[in-house]
Design a protein around this ligand. Structure first.
Ligand code: SF4
Length: 335
C-alpha cells in the first residue's frame, strides 16, 4: 500500500451512518454492506486525507489493519486507491424531474371505472409514469381490462397490479392478462392459498397468502422492501419517499396523498387531479424527509427505506409498522 495515495469509495457507493452502525449503499448494484461507525469515520476522512495522514490522525488503527480494510472494500468493488481524489467527483445530489406526479395508486372500482378517461387524461398532463392498481376483494378481469386497455393512451410505463384471489377467476385468465399487457411489471394475487412466484414473459406473477383487505394493510416496513438505487436515494435526501409527487384515488373516487390517509382533496366525480394537486395542503407532507423524522434520522437504512406517513400519531414520528430499532440495532416482532 502506498501511503501517499488516497483510498476513496466509488461515487455510487455511499456510506450512511446510523446510531450504532453504518452501511455502505452500493447504488449501482443495489446492495449494502455493514461497517462499524469507526470505519465510517475513517472512510469519510479518506475522501480528503492521504493514507499517511489517516494513520497519523486515527492512532487506534495501524497500517496493516487499514490495508486489510481497503482490500476488503476493493474485493466488494466499493472503492479504490488513487493519487488524486479530485479526479473522481461525487455524485450530483440534485433530484430533478420534469413530472408533477411520479406515482399514482388507483383502487379499482365501478366509480373509478366511470371516470377513467378523465383520470388518465389528468395523469398524462401531470406526466405520471408509474401506476399501481389495487383491489381488496373480487373485481372482475373484464372490468380490469377496461383500465388496462386504455393505458396506451397515457404516459404510464410501469404498472403494478395487486388483486384479490378469487375462485371466480382462473390462473389462466391472469396469465393471459400478463401476456396481453406486458406493461404490467408485477401482478400480485393476495389472499391466495399458497405463496409462490413465477415469471410470464418479463412480468412477475406473485401469489401471496397475505390478506390485503383494506388500505390499512399497507405501510409495513421491512428490509425486503428496501430500494437501493440512485433515483430513490436522491429523492430521499430531499423529499418524503412515501408521498412526494404521489397521488391516489380511493374506490369511492376520493383523491388523497395515499389510500391509507384519511384526508381527502376532493373527488374524481367533480374535480380533476390537477385541481386536487393544487388544493391547499396536498403537498404539505412531501418535504418531510428521513433526516427530519425522529429515530429514522439515526437509522442507517434511512435513504433506502420506503417510509410510511400514514400510520402515525405525529408526522415526524417513525412509522408504527417499522419493527427496526437503530439503537439495538435489530428488527423486532411487532405486537
Ligand atoms: S427506523 Fe425509519 S428509516 Fe429505519 S427502517 Fe424503520 S422506518 Fe426505515
Amino acid at each position: 500500500m502506498n501511503i501517499n495515495f488516497y483510498f476513496t469509495l466509488f461515487s455510487n457507493c455511499i456510506p450512511v451512518k446510523g446510531a450504532v452502525r453504518s452501511i455502505i449503499c452500493d447504488l449501482q448494484r443495489g446492495s449494502y454492506l455493514f461497517i462499524s461507525n469507526d470505519i465510517f469515520d475513517v472512510l469519510t476522512s479518506c475522501q480528503t486525507m492521504p493514507i499517511f495522514k489517516i494513520l497519523d490522525y486515527y492512532r487506534n488503527i495501524n497500517e496493516v489493519e487499514l490495508e486489510i480494510l481497503f482490500n476488503q472494500l476493493i474485493e466488494h468493488n466499493l472503492g479504490h486507491y488513487c493519487e488524486n481524489p479530485d479526479r473522481f467527483p461525487k455524485i450530483n445530489t440534485q433530484f430533478n424531474s420534469p413530472y408533477e406526479i411520479l406515482d399514482c395508486i388507483i383502487e379499482l372500482s365501478d366509480c373509478n371505472l366511470k371516470y377513467i378517461d378523465n383520470i388518465f387524461e389528468s395523469l398524462t398532463i401531470l406526466g405520471c409514469q408509474t401506476i399501481e392498481f389495487r383491489t381488496y376483494s373480487h373485481f372482475s378481469i373484464e372490468k380490469m381490462e377496461i383500465f388496462l386497455s386504455k393505458l396506451h393512451l397515457t404516459r404510464i410505463r410501469n404498472v403494478e397490479l395487486i388483486v384479490c384471489h378469487s375462485e371466480l377467476e382462473s390462473l389462466n385468465a391472469f396469465e393471459a392478462i400478463l401476456k396481453k399487457y406486458p406493461i404490467i411489471e408485477t401482478l400480485v394475487i393476495h389472499s391466495a392459498d399458497i405463496d409462490s412466484c413465477k415469471t410470464i414473459g418479463a412480468s412477475n406473477l406473485i401469489f401471496t397468502t397475505q390478506k390485503i383487505t383494506s388500505s390499512s394493510c399497507c405501510g409495513n416496513i421491512s428490509k425486503e422492501d428496501f430500494k437501493i438505487n440512485l433515483p430513490f436515494y436522491l429523492h430521499g435526501l430531499k423529499n418524503n419517499t412515501c408521498l412526494y409527487r404521489k397521488i391516489s384515488i380511493k374506490a369511492n373516487g376520493d383523491i388523497t396523498n395515499c389510500p391509507s390517509l384519511e384526508k381527502t382533496f376532493g373527488s374524481v366525480i367533480n374535480l380533476s387531479l390537477e385541481q386536487a394537486l393544487n388544493t391547499i395542503g396536498f403537498k404539505e407532507l412531501w418535504s418531510i424527509k428521513k433526516d427530519d423524522i425522529n429515530i429514522c434520522k439515526v437509522c442507517e437504512f434511512r435513504y433506502i427505506c420506503s417510509d410510511c406517513r400514514a400510520f402515525l400519531n405525529d408526522v415526524y414520528e417513525k412509522p408504527f409498522k417499522c419493527s427496526y430499532d437503530p439503537y439495538s440495532p435489530s428488527f423486532h416482532n411487532l405486537s
